[in-house]
Design a protein around this ligand. Sequence first.
Ligand code: PAF
Length: 297
Amino acid sequence: LITITSIAELRDITDRARRDGRSIGLVPTMGSLHVGHRSLVRAARAVDDVVVLTIFVNSLQFGPNEDFDAYPRDLAADAEVAEADGVDVLFAPPVVEMYPDRMRTAVHVAELTEGLCGESRPTHFDGVTTIVAKLFSIVGPCRAYFGRKDFQQLVVVGRMARDLDFPVEVVGCPLVREPDGLARSSRNGYLSAEERRAAGVLSKALFWASETIVHGERDVDALVETIRRVVAMEPSVHLEYVEVRTTDHLARVKVLDGEVLVAVAARVGSTRLIDNVTVTLGTEGVTADLGVVAYGP
Ligand code: PAF
């Protein structure tokens, strides 16, 4: 593992690797690495010759009252994880390297960023696409790995890469869960023991909802109602939204058909959590993608 902090160095390393015929796998993160990030590294490791992991807590994607200051930062621990997982290059730039002057440029993806998390976090996705565009521009042709937990982010980044002709293949990887179903997130660390227990209701509601689809439910309003009822069993979990959208354009759906995203966001205490499942309703039946359970840190 080599740890670097300068854009010029990262450009140089990735240019040289490609000249030597080696493919690049890029895993952008904000650090606080957990088994979800590690599964992205594993996916990259399986197909790419050089795995670049980036760690940068990107101020642009946090709203004014969000957790930018509290966001966990532990570069030494993250470097150990990266090394153990076979990352080749760890890029951990200081803020002045990425934002040496006030940013006057922003990348905005229209429509796809408006509903779902965009509703309560109106500047979030512009922050994400701006930093990811910078990373794509620095690293150059590569495969870039993103988790399906942030499903809207995955769709938005994929669309940005396509619209702006970045020579980057955006790869979506399975959502990773705790053994009780809770979606892995760096923010789970904010939860008290009681909040952590209660938060389990989100995945339970989504699993139950996907079960009802498998058993014939086709009405979106009824499905949303089912999820609301299950989550209401934990009064400390406050739903922000329950939405059913198409997985490709995130369009609202009225009747379940094709591949659909069932997504929730909720507050548990002061922690905001998101989760989703996708369900495919095809001629050969119904299949649900609930993500995968992974053990370990
Ligand atoms: O998913 C994340 O951790 C961040 O949004 C990303 C993609 C690293 C951009 O800062």
